[in-house]
Design a binder for this molecule. Sequence first.
Ligand code: SAM
Ligand code: SF4
Ligand code: SF4
Length: 339
Amino acid sequence: MKPTMTDRLGRPLRDLRISVTDKCNFRCSYCMPPEIFDKYFKFLPKDEILSFEEITRLSTIMVKEAGIRKLRVTGGEPLMRHEVSKLIAMLNKIEGVDDIAMTTNGSLLPKHAKALKEAGLNRVTISLDSLNDEKFRKINGRDVGVQEVLDGVRAAEEAGLGVKMNMVVKRGMNEDDILPMVEYFKDTNVILRFIEFMDVGNSNGWKLDHVVSKKEMYHIINNVFPIEPKDANYRGEVAERFVFKDNQNEIGIISSVTDAFCSDCSRIRLSADGKFVTCLFSGEGHDVRSVIRSGATDPEIAGFISELWAKRDDRYSEERLNNTDKKDIKKIEMSHIGG
Ligand code: SAM
Ligand code: SF4
Ligand code: SF4
């Protein structure tokens, strides 16, 4: 295996997240608020979006040169990208890729799960923020019912995909939905992960008061369904893992705000329009699309990536712990880089 690339803080490059579209069929209030992402909002034009061939070429270079083994496809909503299972099949052919996952809102999985599995997708992370139908319809801004997402979960399981479930917890929005969610999924094969609401982008009106901390979530869960810590799978895993004492099933809490994990952050994100983003809170990305489209060779592209990773010193969340007044900084929107 090729030696990994290392950044200025000694962090290896291990994980590639590929956003395949900035469009979404939902308008979650904490991600793409409908009043901002309205009918006048300018999404990326088609010619600015990386083709499947370009994505596959970049991924191949990163597998070969940086030793990346895991790929995650995300969005916007990745299932909005036409024929995305073709991309999965192309990524699956790259020698050295061990695992391909997708993060999705789940609503289109009944249509696509089987083809995705056949193309080589291993796992999906499905996002669902409440089991209360009325509330969920409001949160997603498109009047999509809970059952549509649960049908997506079932379709994924029936297709043989591993399933994790993300729930973003925002105070005043859905902290009272944590326990119903745990109760519903705790005795199933679906691994639940609760995520602290983050100040990604500049559109979601984030305030520190909105954050329900990992500690608080832990107590809410543990008081009713006792849990105990479980060791991390690997260095750089973002979710702190726990198991239920009664059945040893796993759940996780992602504490990006109150307990930052920058020191182990080994992720790079590729936006739909071909920018490498070295931190979820970056103001801008590094334009690899123009490098690729200018006719660069594979070693030249590899050089571009290793140079930008070598310069990386991002540790936004750790810095935020000391200074929460960072709201005026321009940041890339979550729907551009996919979490
Ligand atoms: N559309 C897909 C979905 O919702 O799963 C993939 C893209 S979405 C941006 C990826 C994940 O980021 C979702 O689980 C979503 O809930 C989460 N997310 C979006 N905005 C967030 C925020 N401000 N804080 C924490 N998580 C957020
Ligand atoms: Fe769309 Fe996912 Fe953002 Fe919701 S969280 S608006 S589903 S991209
Ligand atoms: Fe990684 Fe940036 Fe998040 Fe820190 S703030 S964990 S560097 S993405």
